[in-house]
Write a protein that binds this ligand. Sequence first.
Ligand SMILES: Cc1cc2nc3c(=O)[nH]c(=O)nc-3n(C[C@H](O)[C@H](O)[C@H](O)COP(=O)(O)OP(=O)(O)OC[C@H]3O[C@@H](n4cnc5c(N)ncnc54)[C@H](O)[C@@H]3O)c2cc1C
Length: 418
Amino acid sequence: MENYKVLIIGGGTAGITVAAQLLRKQSNLKLGIIEPSDKHYYQPAWTLVGAGTYDLKATERDEKNLIPKGASWIKDFVVSIDPDSKVVTTKQGSHLQYEILVVAAGIQYNWSVTPGLAEGIGTHGITSNYDKKYAEYTWELLQNFAGGTALFTQPHTPIKCGGAPQKIMYLAEHHFRKRGIRDQANVIFATPGSVIFAVTPFKEALEGIVKERNIHTFFFHKLVEVRPEQQEAIYEVTNGEHMPDLSNADSIKLGIRIEGGNHVVIPFKFMHTAPPQSAPDFIKESALSITDDPYGWVDVDKHSFQHKKYPEVFSLGDVAGTPNAKTGAAVRKQAPILVENVLAWLSRHKIGDSQYDGYSSCPIVTGYGKMMLAEFDYENKAAPTLPVDTSRPRWDMWILKKYILPWFYWNRMLKGKG
Ligand SMILES: Cc1cc2nc3c(=O)[nH]c(=O)nc-3n(C[C@H](O)[C@H](O)[C@H](O)COP(=O)(O)OP(=O)(O)OC[C@H]3O[C@@H](n4cnc5c(N)ncnc54)[C@H](O)[C@@H]3O)c2cc1C
């Protein structure tokens, strides 16, 4: 059985960043990365692909060129983990022994959780930038949009980059204005949440933008079904005070109806959504996930990333059970702390002193050439790192999003340099 000092599950944002940082600090470490894919993608740019301002091909790199020098790439899927005997089993039947395991397997899309969504996605005006297959379809739909309701919706589960379902909405609304068809478009944002964004002062800024641009917001609206052929989205309203008033002019214009009790039907011509998400099944089914957690995240300490029951297991990124906003920006702050702890555990069975405070950031694109950068921590407290006020839409933040961050990602972060 092959034996690794450090074995990493997942060669995505977190897995590659951690591997590169570990090998920079200890080049002779026997380190393996289990990753089945030939390609890795810079997912944050898919929002821009959906808005026709970034080339999908430019978000793609060959995995083989990202695996850091000194690491072994095990091109396979993990199917099970036995943390008692410290063995990982792969689809091709390999058993791999580890001293330290880093779980960086990302998030799983569960399209079929919402009836009609798996069948409808990619057809009948239903799209999602969350899958590269559909990001270009989003742009095709926006270009062909001829009026009616453009519906943007947030799923009821935690998702990666929770801001992405509304970023594309601001871009679409701007696009409709540029095409001179804004008057024919009803733009709706429907979310199971109670606010447009949880962090002050970005919440207030976005409330202002939504009002100024006449975007209809529906809170406490949980998407429970999609009817692709009819182009209808069905929502369960989870707070009675937020049932739409069918007699008001907006409801009439939008063609909204109530279908038994608290179910509201919103007809659309265009719909962007994100799939319901969870930890991958093989993690959910393993002893590593949080007991009784419906999403199956890995049960790690939120400051150190060390597993609560198995001290030689660490996890970060989207799959980790840390209550931060799941983003690549969070991974950038998590990785050095996890690396310090892994090395400390290997050398002296102790973890290091640094503590993760939940930092994450969400680049909220509010139109072509405009962006706010929301940076915040576990307490949803603003945690700015830049010397400018990023709580209002700015052109320089757009430049950051479109040019600087992708460059930084490929040339610094994934190389373990920042
Ligand atoms: C539309 C969109 C917009 C976004 N916008 C932003 C943004 O603006 N800013 C930002 O910071 N973040 C953004 N993100 C989120 C960001 O991309 C993720 O949070 C980040 O990639 C998480 O890294 P990860 O390593 O946890 O997961 P990933 O990078 O997804 O990597 C997980 C890896 O695990 C592998 N894996 C899965 N199952 C197995 C298995 N069984 N065996 C072995 N390997 C496995 C996968 O193949 C994958 O390579 C966005 C994401 C999307 C989709």
